[in-house]
Design a protein. Structure first.
Ligand code: ADP
Length: 294
């Protein structure tokens, strides 16, 4: 992930609500937008996403509970990663793309023209499939990069923050004696926890995870799942996974997507994970979670 410079300041005039404001519980809810319980509730309203003329995601409406883990599951190519990128406005960074519908964080539309996409990405962080520590940076610098870019210069503040984030990412004990070593010198599982530490350093409300364990061995996978269980006390987590056992183990809610004849991904059903896996309402879901297709 690269940290884009914050050149997109709010337009002149009355400053608009920002997700940063949301995090502090101020700002005006979008008209008609129900405020979710607690901070970090995400609501998708008829979200569609396009790559040029191809519609990859079709009219998905979904409420994501705050401070819970929601798994997005479905066959490859049904638009899970695309949907995830729409949720933090990363989709629009790909040329020729656009999104329709509304994405609300705590009732505020993150696509409101007064909301800065840079702030959105800080408030809705992302962890990618392949661990991607900044290659030229030490472990410490990887975690503090966002805060330094935001202008923090105090050494003690930065050091305190680095320790706090590494502790919260369950990595501190393993790296506390080698903070100056490159982030890339760590094992794959450690690198992924470093990326999680980096993501939480900007104090997001929501963390998006795009198949965060697919490059990891079973032990490292389990560590990330345990970490998610801990992090959800503070953050809303949305995870894309192709691993059914992982979705069943690690998530509270599950949304099942599949593709239509037009290859656009749509939502089949969503609900508590236990129900989606043991007693889904739709035959398509039943077939997918029992491994009959996908
Ligand atoms: P999933 O995560 O469920 O595997 P994706 O969101 O990656 O699905 O892809 C959904 C659809 O969008 C697929 O048909 C894929 O080929 C297409 N797609 C994804 N990324 C791009 C891109 N950068 N340009 C064009 N099409 C894309």
């Amino acid at each position: 992930m690269t940290f884009a410079p914050e050149t997109d300041s709010a337009p002149v005039g009355r400053p608009g609500p920002t997700p940063g404001d949301l995090a502090r519980g101020i700002g005006t809810p979008a008209t008609g937008g129900a405020r979710a319980d607690g901070v970090g509730g995400v609501e998708l309203v008829e979200v569609s996403a396009y790559y040029r003329t191809f519609r990859a995601v079709r009219e998905i409406s979904l409420r994501i509970r705050p401070r819970a883990v929601t798994a997005l599951i479905g066959p490859s190519g049904c638009g899970k990663s695309t949907l995830l990128r729409v949720i933090n406005r990363m989709h629009e960074t790909i040329p020729g793309t656009r999104a329709e519908g509304a994405v609300r964080l705590d009732g505020i539309d993150i696509y409101d023209p007064r909301v800065s996409p840079v702030r959105v990405r800080r408030t809705i962080g992302m962890v990618f499939q392949k661990p991607n520590p900044f290659p030229a940076m030490s472990i410490r610098e990887n975690v503090s990069a966002g805060l330094r870019l935001a202008g923090e210069r105090s050494r003690s503040v930065l050091e305190g923050m680095v320790e706090d984030c590494l502790r919260r990412a369950a990595l501190w004990d393993e790296v506390k004696d080698k903070l100056k070593q490159p982030g890339t010198s760590l094992s794959g599982g450690q690198q992924q926890r470093l990326c999680i530490a980096r993501a939480i350093a900007t104090e997001p409300e929501v963390i998006l995870m795009d198949e965060p364990c697919s490059a990891l061995d079973p032990r490292a996978t389990l560590q990330i799942e345990e970490l998610m269980a801990d992090l959800k006390r503070r953050f809303t987590i949305i995870i894309v996974t192709h691993n059914m056992q992982q979705a069943a183990r690690a998530s509270d809610d599950t949304a099942f997507l599949t593709m239509g004849d037009d290859r656009a991904g749509y939502l089949v059903e969503s609900g508590p994970t236990a129900q989606i896996f043991s007693n889904p309402t739709r035959q398509l879901t039943e077939d997918y979670v029992s491994g009959r297709f996908g």
